[in-house]
Ligand binder design. Sequence first.
Ligand SMILES: Nc1nc2c(ncn2[C@@H]2O[C@H](COP(=O)(O)OP(=O)(O)OP(=O)(O)O)[C@@H](O)[C@H]2O)c(=O)[nH]1
Ligand SMILES: [Zn+2]
Length: 355
Amino acid sequence: MMRGEQPASPEPPAPAMPFLQRLGWQAFFAQQTSIDELAETPPVRVTEVHRSGLRVLGDGIDMSVPPRSDATVGDWLLLDRTLPSASRLLERKSLIKRRAAGRESAVQLIAANLDTAFVVTSCNADFNLARLERYIALAFEAGVTPVIVITKADLCDDIADYVARASAISEEVAVVTLNARSDEPRAKLAPWCKPGQTVAFLGSSGVGKSTLTNALSGREAAATQAIREDDAKGRHTTSHRQIHLLPDGCAVLDTPGVRELQLAEAETGVAEVFSDLDELAAQCRFNDCRHEGEPGCAVRAAVDSGEVDAGRLARWQKLLAEDRHNTATLAERRSKDKAFGKMVKQAKKRKFRDR
Ligand SMILES: Nc1nc2c(ncn2[C@@H]2O[C@H](COP(=O)(O)OP(=O)(O)OP(=O)(O)O)[C@@H](O)[C@H]2O)c(=O)[nH]1
Ligand SMILES: [Zn+2]
């Protein structure tokens, strides 16, 4: 027997996946760096974002680095141990962002480097086509594969009807139905929850996102609430565990606050969800046709002939209007910021000159 070789056992354990791969390290990221650079600055993934810093995990690394506005949960950094703030942010595979809530019209980075977004809805009052379309447009725009998950199938006797409506949104989006409180989630979501993949559950409150996360991790439903931990001073602090590494090797990115979802700069994503209408619009007589009764409107003609559902057209127009509005607000803010920056620069120059 060679040195280091283990005697054969009847059931050899499955080879453990390296920790970095379990964290979601993929060829896409490795290609951006070199062996030498990796040795010097090991890759770490941002698993939590706090005002005071970013929690990063890597191979044998679990630490906090200074906060930075250009990084979000799911990002990969090449950790500079001597000067953590100088760590290099790797190019992203995907990025979910939204217009920040409230009056400030800034973009908020929500999650980076997701592979799959499970857009979760239950089959009751929560089921809302417009909301599903918005989430799917957002996923498409971000470069993430969306999958519609309809929960509470056990409480519903016309599930086929919901599936039909959800399936009509886009041919490119798979639809899964399940009872999140049973053992179904693992098997039904397995095609997307492969080792090394990063997934997230998006959707309104109460649709079953936490129940699904727990089901995948094999935890009890009792752990649905945020985990309470004692800090150094013995106080209870609520910690949102934002990346859960599941036993199967997949990572679940658990991001709170994706409820007040507004689209911005998501024109491509919207066009992808409504590709049928987008193609029709290209045939309208006027380039800038709003499909509001203009002559030669191919979209209206399709609605009149029954080829396109009038409700779907209305939802498309609403989503486009929302996206245009938010995009314009963002552009305006950026130019204001730029103007302000210029002013500060000139003031500084003047000060220097006048001295
Ligand atoms: N019967 C049944 N109940 C479910 C199912 N999915 C979730 N529930 C229940 O619905 C309630 C809400 O589920 P959660 O998993 O907490 O929902 P959530 O989306 O995480 O909600 P927030 O944390 O508020 O965003 C819980 O009482 C779950 O047990 C399901 O498929 N069937
Ligand atoms: Zn038209």
